[in-house]
Design a protein around this ligand. Structure first.
Ligand SMILES: [Ca+2]
Ligand SMILES: [Ca+2]
Ligand SMILES: [Ca+2]
Ligand SMILES: [Ca+2]
Length: 246
């Protein structure tokens, strides 16, 4: 019986305990949407196949995977995304950005977890098809919501292959900021080191022409709260563990 209970606990924790690894690179990738740096092909690849919102898409409608690298200045992300229709209905990158196709990168520098909707305990960068990054920050003085462009945090470029299955190669260099980040001061990004653990998760908002996004798929299984799995934008406790290794 004890063995059985132990097995069940191990099984449950393996479902929810995500442990990604980013490997060190001596030479930074050229951020151009071409994965022709040899190290990108070495993986490990992690799938973006966990359902968060909407209907479950077919593979052609949406599928994706990613791999991670790092050096002292940046976390590098290569995502391969298959999306049948690219859709960007809102030219203002701060308007309903979650209802346009976007890659959503969740980063919690110290893996503290916890609430982060209107503070900088963690970031939920929505990177649009125009390569601009947006996240909500601390509220304005009058209490209104502060939707910020954070383009200095992320350099993003993508290209779509010219042949079927028309995969988008999305290449990004991400500066990591800790929870002392402030919109009003000059911020220095964190110097990354071997063994460092961050909170991390990746997702894709897929819309193919509807008023609202049709699917929201993520890399990490999220334990629902009152049936809701769309928690990453406000709660860093649903992120997984990312370790920087050499
Ligand atoms: Ca490249
Ligand atoms: Ca789609
Ligand atoms: Ca934090
Ligand atoms: Ca789409």
């Amino acid at each position: 019986m004890k063995l059985y209970v132990g097995f069940c606990i191990a099984l449950i924790s393996s479902v929810y305990a995500w442990a990604d690894k980013a490997t060190y690179v001596n030479q930074a990738p050229v951020i151009d949407g071409n994965a022709d740096e040899a190290f990108w092909q070495q993986g490990p690849w992690y799938k973006i196949d966990k359902h968060i919102l909407g209907e479950l898409p077919s593979e052609q409608d949406f599928s994706g995977r990613y791999t991670l690298r790092w050096d002292k200045d940046f976390l590098y992300l290569l995502a391969e995304i298959q999306d049948d229709i690219l859709f960007d209905a809102h030219p203002d990158p701060r308007e309903r950005y979650w209802d346009d196709d976007c890659l959503e990168i969740f980063i919690d520098e110290d893996y503290s977890g916890g609430e982060h909707l209107q503070n900088d305990n963690a970031f939920a960068y929505h990177v649009g098809l125009d390569n601009q990054s947006v996240d909500i920050g601390p509220a304005h003085k009058d209490g209104s919501v502060n939707v910020r462009l954070l383009n200095e945090h992320i350099h993003s470029e993508w290209k779509r292959s010219a042949e079927s299955p028309f995969i988008m190669t999305w290449e990004l260099a991400i500066r990591v900021f800790d929870d002392t980040y402030s919109d009003s001061s000059h911020n220095k990004s964190v110097t990354l080191q071997e063994g460092k653990k961050l909170g991390f998760m990746l997702a894709y908002c897929d819309n193919d022409g509807s008023a609202e996004r049709e699917h929201f798929m993520g890399s990490h299984e999220i334990k629902p709260v009152n049936g809701d799995k769309n928690l990453g934008y406000k709660d860093a406790s649903v992120f997984g563990e990312l370790t920087l290794v050499k």
